[in-house]
Design a protein around this ligand. Structure first.
Ligand SMILES: [Zn+2]
Length: 366
């Protein structure tokens, strides 16, 4: 190629280049450099082009790389007015992340609240929350890790009524203490060793405890619970103490018969306050038993009682209705009623100093 021809070629080349650059509003070479800079920061090529086309270059180099922006900038529901807020919100890989973020920003949630929401709740709950009115105390309730979204309205009305602190409010409502006895609609349909049955957690009519075995004298217990009891009984015996089963499994229909019989004999008022309503007795589980001492009519006053209280957890049992927890268990203190939970759980519950109700809502139910 001759020199003159090369010159002409170069001139034409630069004219074309300039024309291309003019078409984008900025010289092509500069645009390339800016785009490379944005890509170098971490933005995708498409996002980098979008930033340059919309004159966001200055803004974005100031922000630096932002994962959230990189993901949402090209989405149709991206809102320019929320740009600064978006930069404060950690990206969550979810199809409707931007729609939900917008919904919360529309409701005036702070970016701190929004990050909290995405971290704290399951997707289903996040959607529900996005459909509710702005709730200023959200973090106060839900930094308590077992607080549930479904109970939010109950928390609010209970707190209004009682003026208790957030922690106590969440605990009380989780224990259904904002409801009357037998009012909660929770129903156990399946057996598990850690199941909770009380005046607010019932078993269904067709509930069947697992592995019932003959425990002698007409009593039946869950096999594991019975074996643990006999182990405890032998240990007590080796120290000269005699414990026996005084009551064990009772079916819902058996409880109904007891109830009807007592109501007929003593009247409705008496039976309702003295007999557990069918479906709500822990004896339905096959995991609860009443213990007596062979030598003493009042178990609480026997040597056996002291021994059992001290050793029950080693065999997987807990004293189910302690003295200082009557307002939570909703049962008067019962020195004789023990519940099998397995050794691990019984130890944990005993060491926690909590009633089983409290331990359950804090550690198991959630
Ligand atoms: Zn009992």
């Amino acid at each position: 190629m001759k020199k003159s021809k090369l010159k002409v070629f170069l001139v034409i080349f630069f004219v074309i280049l300039l024309a291309l650059g003019a078409g984008f509003g900025i010289p092509f070479g500069i645009k390339c450099a800016k785009r490379n800079e944005l890509v170098g920061l971490g933005y995708s090529r498409e996002v980098a082009d979008y930033i340059l086309t919309n004159d966001y270059y200055e803004k974005f180099t100031e922000i630096g790389y932002n994962e959230t922006l990189n993901h949402i900038l090209l989405q149709s529901d991206y809102k320019t007015e929320y740009l600064d807020s978006y930069t404060q919100i950690s990206y969550v890989d979810s199809e409707d992340f931007l729609a939900l973020t917008n919904a919360f920003l529309d409701k005036n949630y702070s970016t701190d609240d929004i990050n909290f929401i995405f971290k704290r709740f399951e997707h289903e709950d996040i959607v529900k929350l996005s459909e509710r009115d702005y709730f200023a105390e959200l973090q106060k309730y839900y930094s308590i890790d077992y607080a549930k979204l479904r109970d939010l309205d109950r928390y609010v009305s209970y707190k209004e009524k009682t003026n208790k602190d957030y922690e106590q409010t969440v605990l009380d409502v989780s224990l259904n203490l904002d409801l009357g006895e037998y009012e909660a609609d929770y129903e156990n349909t399946e057996f598990s060793v850690d199941m909770l049955v009380n005046k607010n957690f019932s078993v269904s009519k067709d509930f069947e405890p697992k592995d019932l075995v003959d425990a002698g004298n007409g009593f039946y217990l869950n096999k594991e619970a019975y074996e643990a009891f006999t182990e405890m009984q032998s240990a007590a015996r080796s120290e000269g103490l005699e414990i026996e089963i005084n009551s064990a499994y009772r079916s819902v229909s058996e409880q109904e018969a007891i109830m009807n019989n007592q109501c007929r004999t003593y009247g409705d008022d008496y039976c309702k306050s003295h007999v557990a309503t069918p479906g709500f007795s822990e004896h339905h589980t096959g995991l609860a038993l009443d213990i007596k001492s062979k030598h003493s009519a009042v178990f609480e006053h026997s040597k056996e009682f002291n021994w059992v209280v001290e050793h029950a957890a080693d065999y997987g049992f807990i004293l189910r209705y302690p003295k200082d927890k009557e307002n939570i268990t909703r049962y008067s203190y019962e020195a004789w009623h023990f519940r099998y939970l397995g050794k691990d759980l019984a130890k944990k519950v005993t060491d926690s100093g909590l009633s089983y109700e409290e331990y359950y809502v804090k550690n198991i139910e959630k």
